[in-house]
Write a new protein. Structure first.
Lengths: 306, 382
């Protein structure tokens, strides 16, 4: 089934390779940019949904505590909360599910076109939508000191994969409180921190064992991702260099959570069904560097009315 | 973040799933035994019964993978592995004679300036050297005496087809011996086997991953390419003298008999093409299999036998390509095939076609050439 994605990807990659003068690295980079641009609306939607869900966490915890002995009522209250803030908890999953086969297709296309082994090369046959591209198969695997079909013997690329993956995660992940006082929040924070460490290392291990052409893709993808979010003004460099104290936002979240729980018990403040204006907990401190357009619009609307 | 986790899982799954290994088994034979390379070992099998005579290397030394075609010469079996090493093995005992390991420019610990490489091709031999291609690029000549590297010839991509060594023969214009090599970089190279210097090259227009077949009568070689062509190259004039367009890529080398070339393509077509003074002339063309025909067809007295990726072995009549029999196998049939003639003293026994599959429990299978019935199976499962 994935052939529907893999075959055009292979064709596009080979086409780029041909028109870019046989430079396989350039072809992979341009290809990555094109794919990231294509899935950008989905990425954006997923990011927004994740952020919205994150901001509702304090409220959800309150509900869970309040109805800890009545799961049915807890679920009802949760859905009421989602409805009130116009958040669909599944909205983050759909873009992810759509992106998932695309990423696999991309990975498989790069591995297939580099054709390090006979089975990989055999797997290329019958996949080209433009038969004229047969003449460029397999891709020239030489770049600087690298044979792109095998792992980097100098370990430069695995190191770059680890660094860029870590950098991307550090810059893009929403900040989390170090010590919220709430056990489950602290556990979630610890898990997030572990993931920030484990994920780059895991990709580093992949880079050690897989074709270095794939490492080029990882690095390009990470850098393009960082660039993409930088252009959207969603990167907080202060967090990277550790200048931001993480306790302050935690404090804000805690205080706002208390207020908003009470508000959650009340009916929605706007009459627009399914698209209600988020109340204070949806807003983030400017110091977190994340701009919440819905909260901003709501504020502007409020001012205009007032 | 979640995408990352999922991608990581997929990478793991991709690495672990699919057909086991990186390639298919390498199979060859001499008058006594069948030799099969697959995964961590090379085995010598009795062609009549499928019983194992010896295994190489010893169990404690199995740290590399073998998929290349074993080549035998003067009591020694030569085979490369997926670490870029070349092994010389005693044919009688299955014990190591010597091992060639490429030099690695090591910087610090495991950090090296030399990327790892694989030997995918078989080898060619002359009286004192062994020649083989490397998976990512270059051809290497190693001394048969002491396993020392004699020279390296640089190519721009991998050499997966077995090099062809043609000794000096004044009759066909070979004043001195020449080593011919086809590469994925689209070239056929003529190399001086003594010095490793290029004599000439021909651009084939596409990658040539398979072996060449030498036509001594014409001093031509035939080779298939990934631009869906079978080419005839005149070694005397160093140019392509004929080409036959196929439906898909041609990987396996053709089988040559009575001026007819039999070969398959990766879409499952089988061709019989006559070599004439005016160029290639198609005798017949049949869609035999539902998937790739990768290996070289095997010719019996009246049949052409091919294996396919669709997990079947097909036998068609030489005369018109019509079906004679076909046999389902447990795995994909991508290997070369070996013909084992019947023992003339025993009328009960028929000729055998021995072929490899991608399924370890049926790694090698011997079929009766007249009916396709299974005679014996060799399992690679420990």
């Amino acid at each position: 089934m994935l052939d529907i994605i893999i075959n055009p990807f292979i064709t596009i990659l080979l086409f780029l390779y041909q028109v870019l003068g046989g430079n396989v690295v350039l072809a992979i980079v341009v290809f990555t940019i094109l794919v990231r641009l294509a899935v950008f609306p989905l990425t954006l939607k997923q990011q927004r949904s994740t952020k919205a869900m994150q901001e509702l966490q304090p409220e959800l915890k309150k509900i869970q505590e309040k109805y800890k002995n009545d799961r049915e009522r807890a679920t009802q209250a949760q859905w009421e909360l989602y409805r009130q803030y116009g958040v669909n908890p599944m909205a983050g999953c759909l873009p992810l599910l759509i992106q998932f086969p695309i990423l696999i297709g991309l990975y498989r296309a790069i591995v297939a076109t580099l054709a390090a082994t006979p089975l990989q090369l055999l797997d290329l046959s019958g996949r080209l939508w433009m038969p004229d591209l047969s003449g460029v198969v397999p891709l020239n695997n030489k770049f600087l000191w690298l044979n792109l079909a095998v792992p980097d013997p100098l370990y430069v690329l695995p190191v770059l994969v680890v660094v860029t993956t870590w950098l991307q995660q550090k810059l893009l992940m929403p900040s989390t409180p170090t010590n919220s006082g709430d056990k489950s929040t602290d556990q979630a924070t610890a898990m997030t921190r572990q993931m920030t460490t484990i994920m780059p290392l895991m990709f580093g291990v992949f880079a050690l064992s897989f074709a270095s052409g794939l490492s080029i893709y990882f690095i390009a993808s990470n850098l393009i991702g960082i660039g993409q979010y930088a252009m959207m003004g969603k990167i907080d460099v202060k967090r990277l260099i550790g200048r931001q104290t993480e306790d302050a936002p935690a404090e804000t979240v805690k205080k706002e959570a208390v207020k908003s729980t009470a508000q959650a018990e009340r009916p929605a403040r706007t009459g627009k069904a399914g698209r209600s204006v988020p109340s204070r907990p949806m807003r983030k401190s400017k110091r977190e560097g994340i701009y919440d357009s819905r909260a901003h619009r709501a504020k502007a609307k409020g001012k205009a009315k007032g | 973040m979640i995408i990352g986790v999922l991608l990581a899982l997929v990478l793991l799954l991709t690495a672990c799933g699919g057909v086991a290994g990186d390639s298919w088994a390498g199979i060859s034979s001499d008058e006594n035994l069948i030799y099969v390379s697959y995964g961590r070992r090379v085995v010598a099998i009795n062609p009549a019964s499928g019983a194992t005579k010896w295994e190489y290397p010893d169990e404690d030394d199995r740290d590399a993978n073998f998929y290349a075609i074993p080549v035998m010469d003067a009591g020694t079996l030569y085979i490369g592995d997926y670490k870029g090493n070349l092994h010389a093995v005693d044919l009688e005992t299955g014990k190591k004679k010597w091992l060639y390991e490429p030099d690695k420019e090591e910087l610090l610990g495991p950090i090296s300036l030399t990327p790892g490489d694989r030997v995918i091709s078989g080898v060619a031999v002359d009286s004192n050297k062994v020649f083989f291609g490397l998976g990512s690029r270059n051809v290497v000549a190693v001394s048969r005496e002491n396993a020392e590297e004699v020279w390296t010839f640089k190519t721009d991509h991998g050499v997966w087809g077995t090099p062809l060594y043609i000794p000096a023969n004044a009759e066909n214009g070979h004043d001195h011996a020449v080593l011919y090599v086809v590469s994925l970089d689209h070239n056929l190279y003529a190399i001086d086997p003594e010095t490793g210097k290029e004599i000439w090259r021909v651009d084939l227009g596409g990658a040539a991953p398979g072996n060449m077949v030498y036509d001594e009568a014409r001093n031509w070689v035939y080779v298939g390419t990934f631009v869906s062509e079978l080419l005839a190259i005149d070694l005397g004039s160093h140019r392509i003298v004929d080409r036959y367009a196929t439906e898909d890529w041609v990987w396996g080398s053709p089988a040559l008999e009575d001026d007819i070339l039999y070969f398959g393509d990766l879409a499952g077509h089988l061709y019989a093409v006559r070599i004439t003074g005016e160029g290639f002339e198609q005798e017949w063309k049949q869609t035999v299999a539902e998937d790739a025909i990768r290996g070289t067809p095997l010719l019996t007295e009246d049949l052409v036998v091919v294996g396919s990726r669709d997990k079947r072995v097909y036998a068609v009549l030489k005369s018109d390509g019509s079906d004679k029999w076909n046999r389902a196998t447990k795995g994909e049939v991508l290997t070369e095939m070996v013909f084992v003639p019947a023992n003339e003293a025993d009328e009960e026994v028929s000729d055998l076609v021995v072929v490899g599959t991608s399924e370890r429990e049926e790694l090698v299978i011997a079929l009766k050439s007249d009916s396709g019935d299974v005679d014996w199976r060799y399992s690679d499962k420990d």
